[in-house]
Design a binder for this molecule. Sequence first.
Ligand SMILES: NC(=O)c1ccc[n+]([C@@H]2O[C@H](COP(=O)([O-])OP(=O)(O)OC[C@H]3O[C@@H](n4cnc5c(N)ncnc54)[C@H](O)[C@@H]3O)[C@@H](O)[C@H]2O)c1
Ligand SMILES: O=C(O)C[C@H](O)C(=O)O
Ligand SMILES: [Mg+2]
Length: 569
Amino acid sequence: MNTEPTRWNPDLERWETTSRGRAVLTDPRLNKGTAFTEDERQALDLVGLIPPHVLTLEQQSSRAYAQFLAQPDDLAKNVYLAALQDRNTVLFYRLVGEHLDEMLPIVYTPTVGTAIQRYSYEYRRPRGVYLSVDAPKDVERSLRATGLGPDDVDLIVATDGEAILGIGDWGVGGINISVGKLAVYTAAGGIHPARTIPVVLDVGTNRKELMEDPLYLGNRHPRVDRETYDAFVETYVDTANRLFPGAVLHWEDFGPDNARRILARYGDRYLTFNDDVQGTGAVNLAAVLSGVRASGTPLRDHRVVIFGAGTAGIGVADQLRDALVSAGLTPDEATRRFWCVGRHGLLTEGMAVRDFQAPYARPAEEVADWSRDADLGGIPLAEVVHRVSPTILIGTSGQGGAFTEPVIRDMAASVSRPIILPMSNPTSLAEATPAQLLGWTDGGALVATGSPFAPVTHGDITYQIGQANNAFIFPGLSLGAIVAHATRMTDGMLKASADAVAEQVGSSAPGAALLPPTQQLRETSAAVATAVARAAAHDGVARATVGDDIGSRVRAAMWQPDYHPVHAV
Ligand SMILES: NC(=O)c1ccc[n+]([C@@H]2O[C@H](COP(=O)([O-])OP(=O)(O)OC[C@H]3O[C@@H](n4cnc5c(N)ncnc54)[C@H](O)[C@@H]3O)[C@@H](O)[C@H]2O)c1
Ligand SMILES: O=C(O)C[C@H](O)C(=O)O
Ligand SMILES: [Mg+2]
């Protein structure tokens, strides 16, 4: 029996609650603050607990916007919005939705990175579920404590905090990347906020300053050994899947080995995906496809250098390679179009590489007379670019400024419209800024970046900078899977998401962005979800019927930030 005092009644589209008085005001799902109607105030025992005048949601939103603008800096804005989210779900999403361009960078990349680093200092209230490797027996109890039943959850985002954006290990503070991704899911993908759970798997931290910080809120020990780690992840997956069998399991910001191992272990058994590997691969493919269109050179003729051969970099390579195969190359020919550069330079045969990097290692004879850098212990980016003359250069290294002027000028010397995608986050870790890239290539570069950048004027053209961030993929990807009742996330669904994003880019006129504008993220996500649901049906993993009305079904499934009646029971 469900003993929760509050439930959403989907048939009557209203909340039903046995709570009264302050308990109603402290539940962000129910709370409307000064917008509670006279009748609700009477029925829910709120009379006298809120000032008498009733405001509309629109009035509340414009007041909240003024409060937001009055915050002194981006971190304070993030904290302000988090507090609003804790008080009033609808108002939070109404405000964020009305100012998506301005607020996405606050609740999500890049400011979410600062909020994670400052987590134990800015802490106000808990949000989400904190699972500790030291208490695996409590995993079930903690997930049940959400009060959600088997049919109540569409999506769980989990991180272990080891590889947050490009800023590394931030332990329990990682919960904020799960929270931030879910905010994007709802604001941009219309995922019902009450049907999601943010999770952090606290397996310790290797950051000494956190372990020694008296205010640090996570487990104060190093990350556990692999066996303990795997057993804990297994407990999480089993329990989450048993309690919430329909939910998408989203993995975020795991270290490269764990990210790949988890995906390999669970990808074929559950409805699950790794955002950094697969979401990033798909958004990169979308950016490349629209760049290729603008470059005038067919996809099958491109050469790709990827700087940063980790979770994201190889995820990007894998999906791009599949696209080259679809464009007519053999798998082997396609693989040979990639030169991947890691922390010891170009991946070459004979180097100690990770198994997922191995297919891209270049033959020793090819590079025999290429110059090496003794400090690096291998062939540096500049030499690779000089030898290869790539048409596409992608940054997934987390090394701010790594695309230097000589490297970019060298690339542009042989390619008139080089596609250059510095995808690392947050902003300070971008491999180059759009202004630099457009300056060094005299406006020739086709640029998109992982973090948001303002437009750049060069000569008499103003260049819009598309954001090659997986935020263009994951909301629609999961929404499509949810609407189709998919049982797996297939490669076909990922490819469909990339194609759908690329199709949303209308123009390849000079200065046009390679990706759709952030302000249109809701429309883009609806298009992605529709394509993904169709792909799920095509791949035989959809349990729901996916017919001609799928576009309208997707739109109807998208949650909107509007107040609904709160009914006293
Ligand atoms: N735009 C997006 O949607 C998106 C998505 C995921 C990740 N990213 C960004 O990509 C970056 C990497 O993330 P990740 O999850 O792949 O991390 P990761 O740790 O798995 O990979 C980083 C890789 O960079 C390489 N590297 C590190 N130092 C280097 C150096 N000095 N020279 C050359 N290579 C070096 C290594 O090969 C390493 O494997 C981060 O900044 C992250 O924000 C962007
Ligand atoms: O979180 C983002 O902004 C994109 C990506 O998942 C990342 O790790 O950088
Ligand atoms: Mg990430």
